[in-house]
Design a protein around this ligand. Structure first.
Ligand code: FES
Length: 159
């Protein structure tokens, strides 16, 4: 092999290496799907034995949120309503109008949103105000007396 052919082979070889170094990450980005929310784990939020029936209680818990390829641990809240020792549901903490944090007012027997005064019943139905749909609920399941919280189920207008 003469010098000219050797340099040409070296240049083509380097071009192939540089091309692969750029193409492989681009192909992985395009072809490998990001992590989805399907893997959202159930999180223990509270013990039903500590709650009173029909007295909504705001509980705070930590959960991992998958954001593309990144997993973020974040603190979140839910309003838990215990119906009996074997039945409870958890409401997402944001008003369905513009997302303000609402609270329970025992005197009105309702959830009240302070931003535009929407009123919700204990099961999250809209009673008054501009909220377009009932409060969203977390999926829940019981493990003994522990209430486990999963992803949020968005309510439709008829719920
Ligand atoms: Fe709750 Fe507007 S954000 S009523």
């Amino acid at each position: 092999m003469d010098r000219r052919r050797f340099y040409l082979a070296a240049i083509y070889g380097l071009n192939a290496v540089i091309g692969a170094a750029m193409a492989i990450p681009a192909a992985l980005y395009l072809l490998v799907p990001p992590k989805t929310k399907k893997g959202t784990a159930w999180v223990e939020a509270t013990d039903l034995g500590q709650l009173q029936p029909n007295a909504p209680q705001e509980v705070v818990f930590r959960r991992n949120r998958v954001d593309g390829w990144k997993v973020v641990s974040e603190k979140t809240t839910a309003w838990v309503v215990k119906k009996s020792d074997t039945e409870a549901f958890a409401l997402a903490p944001g008003c369905t109008h513009l997302g303000c944090a609402y609270h329970w007012e025992a005197a009105k027997n309702s959830f009240v949103c302070p931003c535009h005064t929407s009123l919700f019943s204990i099961d999250g139905k809209v009673l008054e105000g501009p909220a377009p749909r009932p409060l969203d609920r977390f999926e829940t399941k019981l493990s003994g007396t522990k209430l486990l919280i999963g992803p949020v189920k968005v309510q439709d207008k008829k719920a």
